[in-house]
Design a protein around this ligand. Sequence first.
Ligand SMILES: *Cc1c(COP(=O)(O)O)cnc(C)c1O
Length: 428
Amino acid sequence: MNAGKSAELYARAVGLMPGGVNSPVRAMGSIGRDPIFIDRGAGNRVWDVDGNEYVDWVCSWGPLILGHANPDVVGAVTAAAARGTSYGAATAGEVELAAEVADRFASVEMIRMVNSGTEASMSAIRLARAATGRDRVLKFAGAYHGHVDGLLAEAGSGLATQAIPASPGVPRAQAEATAIVPWNDRVAVEQAVDMYEPAAILCEPIPANMGLVPPAEGFLEHLRALADRSGALLICDEVISGFRVARGGAQELLGVRADLTVMGKVIGGGLPAAAYGGPRELLEQVAPAGAVYQAGTLSGNPLAVAAGLATLHRLDAAAYERIGVATDRLASGLERAAADAGGAGRISVSSAPGLVTPFFAAEAPHDFTGSQACDHDAYGRFCRAMLERGFFPPPSQYEAWFVSLAHDDESIDRTCDAAADCFREALA
Ligand SMILES: *Cc1c(COP(=O)(O)O)cnc(C)c1O
């Protein structure tokens, strides 16, 4: 593995951008190495600036469900760009995309497009606060909804679930408007809802930012019932699960109805786009139909809309079937690799359609405490070994592997073969 050019770029980058990157996980610090600079991608592969080829399991952290440089997406973006990159005025594509989303999500009649998942969750919360006349928001430990001030909060010590800032620069008052409870803990959510009367219960219905930690049987139904009982809105952040785990996201897969849905990643097909949506009576409270202000210069950008539409048009029933089969092949292959490497009782694999996490733990975690307790150093050793062999797993135990339609049997099987060696190295 050559690394000269990545090293050179990194040396320049650290003087120009914090940590040399524009989003922290790219720095690869949590697996104890310097970042790789990517030159190009095609299908399930990426190549770095030193010419090393990798089977890519990051896939831009989810948007690239068709793989890199998909010809439909590239064609749609190219055609859109030739007609102008942004107008700051309404376009036909936005109507088509909104209709496509509303068709997929039973709980969504209308959407508002924004540019990032962060913006989408921030705006959905504003709408929930306006609709309920309440301020507090309940979220789950280990769930990520973007870098919104009030959501960069963590549970304080003791019994109280009122949160404290999780980052310098977050006002205490913002963090205190957030209550944090452990995922999959029915009693804790119930107590917090009673105590805080939140505007919203905000969840990733299939959390994938503490590694993949699916909901326990009945947990989402419990959240739905608590929201109904307390007058809170249930906000499902489907930035990862939406358009991925099923045509209509986790809500379809698990049979739960959100009041507001936060979308991102796949919806932009690899360009910056996100959205929040829900029933008409809620969305019509957003400006200019209603009084809740929210706007964006590049929102509904024609290139992003074209990429999103081209992506969604490829995601039919057959596509979801294939992603399910590919996910099972990867998950069972990694399980077998772990067993071959003597990792029985030390590695466990979680999966949901399009998402896989191998945890360095005897049991797949049920909550954030569980995923914090994993052997993160071993995951780091595993990741570094995989990179050396030409495979690009997410460089953090807290991230899921993203399965795309471009991952064929060959790329999956080679990954699992390599994983057996790398698990062995990591456990040694
Ligand atoms: C990535 C992510 C976000 C934030 O989206 P950005 O576009 O990075 O701001 C929000 N929620 C979830 C569940 C995510 O995975």
